[in-house]
Design a protein around this ligand. Sequence first.
Ligand code: PRP
Ligand code: MG
Length: 161
Amino acid sequence: MGWHSNKEFFVSWEELHRATKELARRQLPAEQYQGVIAVSRGGLVPAAIIARELNLRTVDCVSVSSYDHNEQRDDLNLLKDVTATEDGEGFLVVDDLVDTGNTLKFLRQRLPKAKFITVYAKPAGMELVDDYVADLEQDTWIHFPWDMHLHYVEPLAGQES
Ligand SMILES: O=P(O)(O)OC[C@H]1O[C@H](OP(=O)(O)OP(=O)(O)O)[C@H](O)[C@@H]1O
Ligand SMILES: [Mg+2]
């Protein structure tokens, strides 16, 4: 868990789909875009949904690796670059969330003309993103559906002490 906080926010597949479709709706009209760039890996599922809703068939991805320095991920480098565009003009860059903003700060240098959108945003990174659907407090850890598994929970009556 490392730098995880006490508060947790669990996102189901259905809720992620709903929120990402809402994000797509806000990007209309679709004709202003040439394609979508997913920020791998968290942005892959949201980017697929955005591309489907906006009928964009050019989908590229970018992969960023980070190193932990005193719990701050401040040293980023490109593991996989974008080939679909030089500067991001006419492209939507999609990620699952912006937290500290380090990932998007780095990608804005690479793709200065792109529009950056995320499904969720925390306060520290909000100004790095052009649009998002829901904001959460900085000390809330978001759990995405691909990181989870359904499991049994005891009934309330069985939890009485
Ligand atoms: O705003 P930041 O503080 O940079 O944090 C947000 C980024 O961190 C997570 O990705 P991560 O690098 O953990 O990799 P993953 O997408 O492969 O899970 C998340 O998917 C965002 O891309
Ligand atoms: Mg990510």
